[in-house]
Design a protein around this ligand. Sequence first.
Ligand code: ATP
Ligand code: MG
Length: 419
Amino acid sequence: MNPSHPQRQAALQVVRKLRDTGFEAYWAGGSVRDELLGRQPHDYDVATNARPEQVRNLFGHARTLTIGAAFGVIGVQAARGCGPVEVATFRTDGVYADGRRPESVHFSDARHDASRRDFTINGLFYDPLGQRVIDYVGGQEDLKIGLIRAIGDPRARFTEDKLRLLRAVRFATTLGFKIEQETEAAIREMASQIDVVSAERIGMELRKMLTHPRRSQGVALLARTCLLETVLPEFGRQANAEAEEDWQQTLQRLDRLQSDSLSTCLAALLLTASSAQAIRQIAMRLRYSNKEAERAQWLFDSLPLAMKAEQLPWPELQRLLVHAGSKELVALAEAVAGRGQAESHAGLKRCREVLAMPPERRDPPLLVTGDDLIAHGLPPGPYFSRLLAAIRDAQLLGQLVDRQQALEMAERWVREHGE
Ligand code: ATP
Ligand code: MG
């Protein structure tokens, strides 16, 4: 963690000002966890006994905005060059009616605020002025031994908010922690209830897991806790030897994959369980972007070509490897080829050779465009795309070397094929 990180500085100023005014104020939650692990937190959250309106009065309305009115969260723009620091009043959550959010909250003290949080490692406060940790939940010990443990009774805590089921697995994956036994047993029992959580939130958690280098442990843990069959029903696990073999291969592939692209990770995960069309639908269902969904489908479709790249005619291979997803494709193919194989695999060798070519050889500039053909007097029409592709193929095969030859070929082509 970097002590002069702008958001860290801003969060320090916010705490100082609240304390100078006589309020209690600490850093809280994920930022404390990450600091204690020596990682750079994404953002710093402040928890205080000041009420939201007191926070606004102290920092001025111009520099504050209400972020979560219902929960008493105020964004404070404490410094230029970084986002607002979220300042939340210590609170206790009321009844959870929908399995996701409390119907009401009431303001309370630091101890109660710690115990409404999900896991002990996320329930710590830190006083950046006195440089001391305030731990009401045993979070420091669990951080040391690498354990995800629900605060209080795990079943009760998962009943309140089902998203926590998936958060536990996500934190175990990204931190490389284990899940405490009782907490894991509760997840397994309640796994099917994850379906009350919106697809978008499920998608966000899966994204964090799948794009992490420890993704294979994450996916194995999803399966062991029975969450996988609800979040990705495509994995309905059949209990036969063939399915088990596929599953082991999937985990090994995920383990070998060196890519942080969501589309690539998704393709590696779903390669044996799904089809190209289905993979795209799964990505859309999880509310990933169109671009990510299309890329995942393209990767799935293109993989067999990449694996036999050494047999492809140059124009076909060239098209594959000038595609914006070519590096992801090769990363996927390497993961599929298997450990020790990726070096000697003929298709992969060929792909790497092509990717290493100077750009002007790998992707020489077009000799003619559609506009050139029109200017040359050819009537525009839908046949243009086929004609331009034929010209490009001939260029890539070295049969055409300049614009003049390309235009002559175009005339010939129209005479032979018509429009
Ligand atoms: P990251 O930001 O790295 O994903 P985080 O722990 O900071 O992890 P946030 O979603 O930013 O997660 O939440 C900040 C803090 O709020 C958490 O550390 C935790 O104390 C609390 N929290 C967040 N979501 C929940 C939840 N669903 N149930 C209980 N407490 C939660
Ligand atoms: Mg956070």
